[in-house]
Design a protein around this ligand. Structure first.
Ligand code: THU
Length: 136
């Protein structure tokens, strides 16, 4: 699958976003190691802090279906600027895919590419817990 095709799948999620509070729809498409793609859109809530980002929805859909290895993510906003994943999404993705490639797109489908390691340097992952675990 080309980057453009993955971005197209993310873009197709924009009309499904539930974003009445921010007015800022986001779409995401997450490619699993076996080639399966899970998509997501942001889903907001009247209790604003309960809102969920598009990327984390794509991620939890995939993990809850048995996938734990991911290769690429596309994220897109209806924006002039390239839409970048928020910090919480970077952290959640790092758990499963520290080597993820991320395509960050704008409304025209133009995009920038970065690794998750670039977006979240010195990320805190499962291995970090081992170095500080106290037995007993
Ligand atoms: N949003 C995402 O879905 N992904 C991001 O990485 C950035 C922010 C959503 C959350 C909220 O619904 C809206 O965009 C404005 O922050």
């Amino acid at each position: 699958m080309t980057p453009e095709e993955l971005i197209q799948q993310a873009s197709a999620m924009l009309p499904l976003a539930y974003a009445p509070y921010s007015g800022f729809p986001v779409g995401a498409a997450l490619e699993c190691a076996d080639g399966t793609v899970y998509t997501g859109c942001n889903v907001e809530n009247a209790a604003y802090g309960s809102s969920l980002c598009a990327e984390r929805i794509a991620l939890v859909k995939a993990v809850s279906e048995g996938h734990r290895s991911f290769t690429r993510l596309a994220v897109i906003g209806n924006t002039e600027d390239f839409c970048t994943p928020c910090g919480a999404c970077r952290q959640m993705l790092y758990e499963f895919a520290p080597d993820l490639t991320v395509y960050m797109a704008n409304r025209r489908g133009e995009y920038r590419t970065a690794s998750l390691a670039e977006l979240l340097p010195h990320g805190f992952g499962p291995a970090a817990l081992q170095s500080g675990a106290v037995s007993g």
